[in-house]
Design a protein around this ligand. Structure first.
Ligand code: ADP
Ligand code: MG
Length: 703
């Protein structure tokens, strides 16, 4: 794949996109399908038959042998089962390649092996996949050949969502309805649809595959469970935006080419803060397409790494003491005719509609900070959020100087009369152009930052699906819009009412705005004074899903039923317990079978040396000192290993999922840390040749 290619020519060549549909579908069918895609009208089976036939022919021309209903069960990754297009042999022994309308629009995978949080016990065992025609189908090529991938939603027999797409689509409907209501009140009669736009920036690590295969912790858990810091970490700041090494550059080129063919707008690539860490960002798209494509990005990053003798780590914290990986979820709301509701214009203080949208968002985020935090909860993300790096676990909003000033005016006087504007930036070098500064600098420490015409939610974990954060964002903002519209629709004086609401929301929710350093201890104390939630771990965050205010909001906007929320709570606790259990067991395995034997071997060689040196009549004080130190640490390791084994066995006996998850958090996690500490010290003492796995230095600097 190393020849030159023309990006414009290959872009989207493996996607059943609008252009292909227009070319291949009869005009009437195309129009019907477009109506379903744009306006959500139900799709007729006769139309589906024609679309399926065209889609199959197109895919077969691309070499496809199978099709799959790709869906997003509550595991956070995608699932697929492949069916070939072949029909039963005819009398002459030959077959046909077919895809019926029914096969296109509906599938029935065996749902019993996917997490359901008790939904199936309460309801039925069947699960259905339903075609989501708003996210384009595509042909994916890999070792299995070429496969037609049809994006689908996954539901139970009685319609409960068993996936992340269904509630996302529901939340998009909610924000569409409420945004249109708001726009109409402000005199907009032309926009037909409002969609959340999402641009996820994906961080990842690349390590050498051969070294990866020597680390059982990476293989089983995606992160290192042991590992002493190398002499050099990220303190030199020489990796961020640094020159991309040739091996990595070749990898990125390959990734881009595949993504472009699949219609993913891979746009930005650079080295990240940590050694061996990189980032890929696409151009933003409609929320559900962005969610689907981010899954595809993660898949392609992994697969391509394999082909380049590399391994891609998507875990939030593959290395202790080194920057972790996240996914910045850039979010805005846009009309079908191109109006971004989050665009402040040049003079935001005059833009009443924008100010109402902005203050509604302040209100939404303040009232549901716990839910937003929960949406980013992921076992791996516990190592980042609130663990002295990248966003703290406390939700706050960064507005920047310009909007902060406007909001301050609103609160103090009830109306805003001016906006700070960006000055000219003069570098003092005559040959450089003088350019305008933005009205606001950036703040990298804020979990929820206004960045010009969008909000950037920076808490999401690198390996997590971005569905949940967008479901929450869409719904909480829909709720705030709805409440504002309820007031505005019955107001006698619309202008006055809008002004009053803006002032009220800005005043009541000013505590959520914070423009300072989100990493500082002072902020933690200040946030507590302000009464903002600080949910430090995933297990602390999970209950936010089923508070009274959460259930009533999600039910009101038909995004989740109470039962669906309760199911998700159970699944989250289970996921937490399972992940930590695997980590603990992996630690036990690696420590007992690899580390302890290696250290014993090392003590033996030290003892032999001491005997030989002493027999030769010389002093062996250094060797004796080392042997004592090593033996002490070995003893400590053995004791910690015993304790962890004991606790893991105890955890297995706890039946209640919440209690079990809590036990893993409160008892097992500290016991794992207690085992790691002596082992990491031993790594610094024991002969490198004798250490049973590649070190942090080997993994991070020799890619
Ligand atoms: P950075 O935040 O690193 O400076 P950008 O602001 O250029 O980078 O964009 C980051 C991501 O935000 C990209 O995926 C980009 O497409 C997306 N983005 C830009 N504008 C919007 C918008 N209005 N709504 C949603 N996402 C957007
Ligand atoms: Mg960014």
């Amino acid at each position: 794949m190393s020849e030159a290619f023309n990006v414009a020519e290959i872009f989207g060549e493996d996607v059943f996109n609008d252009k292909v549909m227009r070319e291949r579908l009869p005009k009437k069918v195309y129009k019907e399908l477009k109506k379903t895609i744009d306006e959500g009208t139900p799709l007729d089976l006769s139309v589906a038959d024609v679309v399926a036939e065209a889609m199959k022919n197109w895919a077969v021309e691309k070499g496809a042998t199978h099709y799959t209903h790709i869906f997003q069960p509550l595991t956070g990754v995608t699932a697929e089962k492949h069916d070939s297009f072949i029909t039963a042999p005819r009398e002459d022994g030959t077959i046909l390649m077919e895809l019926s309308g029914k096969e296109l629009i509906q599938g029935e995978p065996d749902a019993s092996s996917f997490p359901s949080g008790g939904l199936r016990a309460t309801f039925m065992a069947r699960g259905y996949t339903a075609w989501d025609c708003t996210s384009p189908a595509y042909v994916r090529k890999d070792a299995a050949g070429a496969i037609l991938c049809i994006p689908t939603a996954f539901c139970s027999y009685t319609g409960e969502a068993l996936d992340k797409k269904t509630p996302l689509l529901r939340s998009m409907q909610a924000i569409n309805e409420q945004s249109l209501r708001l726009l109409r009140l402000f005199g907009n009669t032309t926009s037909k649809k409002v969609t959340p736009s999402v641009g996820p920036e994906q961080e990842y690590f690349l390590v050498d595959k051969k070294k990866y295969l020597q680390r059982k912790d990476l293989i089983f858990t995606g992160r290192t469970l042991f590992g002493a810091m190398p002499p050099k970490g990220q303190e030199m700041d020489d990796h961020y935006f640094g020159t991309i090494r040739q091996r990595i550059a070749a990898y990125m080129k390959d990734v881009n080419e595949q993504l472009w063919k699949l219609g993913v707008t891979a746009k930005t690539q650079h080295n990240e803060v940590a050694p061996a860490q990189h980032e890929l960002a696409p151009i933003y798209s409609e929320a559900n397409v962005a969610v689907d494509q981010n899954q595809l990005v993660m898949k392609i990053l992994k697969k391509t790494a394999c082909e380049h003798g590399l391994h891609c780590l998507l875990h939030e914290k593959p290395f202790d003491g080194v920057n972790g990986s996240g996914k910045h979820n850039n979010w805005s709301i846009t009309t079908d005719d191109g109006i971004n509701l989050l665009d402040p214009g040049k003079t935001p203080h005059e833009n009443i509609q924008f100010l109402l949208v902005l203050t509604c968002i302040l209100k939404a985020v303040d009232e549901h900070a716990d839910l937003l935090r929960e949406a980013a909860a992921d076992v791996g993300n516990d190592h980042r959020l609130g663990a002295n790096e990248a966003p703290p676990a406390i939700i706050s909003i960064f507005l920047g100087d310009q909007l902060d000033d406007v909001v301050a005016q609103l609160i103090s006087t009830g109306s805003a009369t001016h906006s700070i504007t960006g000055d000219k930036l003069d570098t003092g070098v005559k040959t450089l152009p003088v350019f305008s500064k933005d009205a606001t600098d950036r703040n990298r420490t804020s979990p929820f930052a206004f960045t010009g015409n969008k909000f950037e939610f920076r808490m999401v974990g690198s390996k997590d699906s971005i569905a949940s954060p967008n479901i929450v964002l869409n719904t909480i903002v829909a709720e705030a819009f709805c409440e504002a519209c309820d007031e505005l629709e019955k107001a006698e004086d619309f202008e006055q009412c809008a002004h009053d609401l803006i002032k009220k929301y800005a005043t009541e929710h000013q505590r959520i705005v914070f423009n300072g350093d989100g990493y500082s201890d002072e902020w933690v104390a200040e946030a507590e004074r302000r009464g903002l939630p600080n949910l430090k771990s995933m297990v602390d965050a999970i209950p936010a899903l089923v508070t009274e205010k959460s259930v009533s909001m999600f039910e009101k906007f038909h995004v989740y039923s109470k039962v669906e929320l309760e199911a998700r709570v159970e699944i989250q606790y289970e996921a937490y317990a399972k992940a930590i259990n695997i980590e603990a067991k992996t630690m036990i395995d690696v420590a007992s079978k690899q580390i302890v034997p290696a250290v014993i071997g090392y003590t033996k060689s030290l003892a032999d040396t001491i005997n030989a040196v002493t027999a030769a009549g010389a002093k062996a004080t250094v060797q004796v000192g080392l042997l004592n130190e090593t033996s002490d640490l070995l003893e400590e390791t053995k004791a910690a290993l015993g304790k962890l084994t004991e606790l893991t066995a105890e955890a297995a006996t706890i039946e209640d999922v919440e209690k079990q998850a809590r036990f893993f958090h409160d008892s097992i996690v500290p016991a794992m840390a207690a085992l790691r500490a002596p082992v990491d010290k031993l790594e610094m003492i024991v002969d490198k040749e004798a250490w049973p796995m590649p070190s942090y230095g080997d993994l991070l600097f020799e890619v």
